[in-house]
Design a protein around this ligand. Structure first.
Ligand code: ATP
Ligand code: MG
Length: 367
């Protein structure tokens, strides 16, 4: 797929800006705090309806404005699509395809695919399990847009079950019939999440391991492993259901005591190990960066295979942080297959050939 144009209106520090992408590689160069990452964030929003920098829409709307709009023209094998997302300070959103409003988010997701790689992604290694779950969920939304709906349903059940557990906790009731109903809902909604996460990691893990081996140029083995909160030896539906129900009943007293749901995919983990050692405890920043790079390249390949279109790659400030060997590995992997948007504060870190093949945009104070 190819992003042809981007149009930002009252988005972050942009008032109004049109961008035409004239080459498969675009370098956005400028000093700190000028709007380079903001532009990448706009593309990320069109791809996932999420921003990894902010969860509140009012942060995205330009100061002093009530709403903002991000639009793009995208070329895919099936034709050209116009996408737009309108954000409001009050959190209400409107999405449109070819100027027609879309009611369900999942019909908008999966049109534009993008993999983002920024220095914040080091938190994938160093941060807590929630960060790895969010990463996996964001990938799944792109692989299978219906996942956005599945996840939303699970979170809704979780919220309602938690509210009930809180009520039980404060009223000293032992159990309730209502809870049984929510248990069933939790299991059926939860299983849909678990199976998709499991499938995605199974596909991603070998690709990431391969990349890791070739980038690090060593025999260190990267393992990406899904570690679900509800564990079964057998992934069959019946077994999973059984294991889930059993785990819920084994934690029933604790749940009612703590007033919160302790069992389910909201407690899943994705384990990252190198030679069996947890990656968090392992190695230098450079080694952790290598690991994240391997994950990101695996994401690109996975989206390409599942979706049948090459996703965009958004590189925010990471190129300069990689050594020359890793930079070249990355550039070789991208070639001209993936449209790439790169931010940097100085062009000095790029080799001449790379510069010659790129469109260079100077970003200053939101222009
Ligand atoms: P760096 O090199 O430091 O990463 P950058 O060019 O990537 O810089 P951005 O993060 O894109 O910088 O832009 C940051 C600028 O955007 C800051 O000046 C910030 O004040 C401004 N900004 C962020 N949100 C808004 C908003 N809602 N309204 C107006 N300005 C905003
Ligand atoms: Mg930035």
């Amino acid at each position: 797929m190819y992003l042809k144009t981007l149009h930002l209106q009252q988005f972050r520090n942009y008032q109004e800006q049109w961008v035409d992408f004239l080459a498969p590689k675009t370098i956005l160069v400028g000093n700190n705090a000028q709007g380079k990452s903001n532009l990448l964030e706009a593309v990320e929003l069109l791809a996932t309806l999420r921003s990894h920098r902010s969860t509140r829409d009012r942060d995205l709307v330009r100061e002093g404005e009530l709403m903002s709009k991000v639009s793009a023209t995208l070329e895919r094998q099936t034709g050209i699509t116009d996408l737009s997302l309108t954000l409001r300070r009050n959190g209400r959103r409107t999405v449109a395809l070819n100027s027609e409003n879309i009611r369900r988010q999942m019909d908008f997701l999966g049109i534009l695919n993008a993999v983002q790689f920024s220095s914040l992604d080091l938190d994938l290694v160093r941060g807590g399990p929630d960060q790895r779950r969010t990463w996996l969920d964001t990938l799944l939304i792109q692989l299978e847009p219906v996942y956005a709906h599945i996840l939303q349903q699970y979170n809704q059940v979780l919220r309602q079950r938690n509210a009930l557990l809180k009520k039980i906790q404060s009223s000293d009731e032992q159990s309730s019939e209502e809870l049984t109903v929510w248990n069933e809902q939790l299991v059926s909604a939860g299983i849909r999440v678990i199976r998709r996460r499991s499938r995605a990691i199974a596909l991603l893990a070998p690709v990431a391991a391969n990349w890791h081996e070739s980038i690090s140029g060593s025999t260190e083995v990267l393992q990406v492993k899904y570690a679900p909160n509800v564990v079964t030896a057998d992934e069959h539906l019946d077994e999973l259901q059984q294991a889930f129900i059993e785990k819920i009943s084994s934690r029933a007293i604790a749940e009612q005591h703590q007033g919160t749901t302790l069992v389910g995919p909201h407690r899943d983990e994705v384990e990252l190990t190198i030679n069996q050692t947890p990656a968090r405890a392992y190695g230098s920043q450079g080694q952790q960066r290598t690991l994240v790079l391997a994950l990101k390249l695996a994401e690109l390949k996975l989206i390409e295979e599942v979706v049948g279109e090459s996703p965009l790659l958004l590189l925010d400030d990471v190129l300069a942080e990689l050594d020359l060997h890793r930079q070249n590995q990355l550039l070789d992997a991208i070639q001209d297959r993936f449209q790439t948007l790169i931010t940097t504060t100085h062009l000095g870190s790029f080799d001449a050939q790379w510069l010659k093949a790129s469109q260079i945009l100077h970003v200053q104070a939101g222009e």
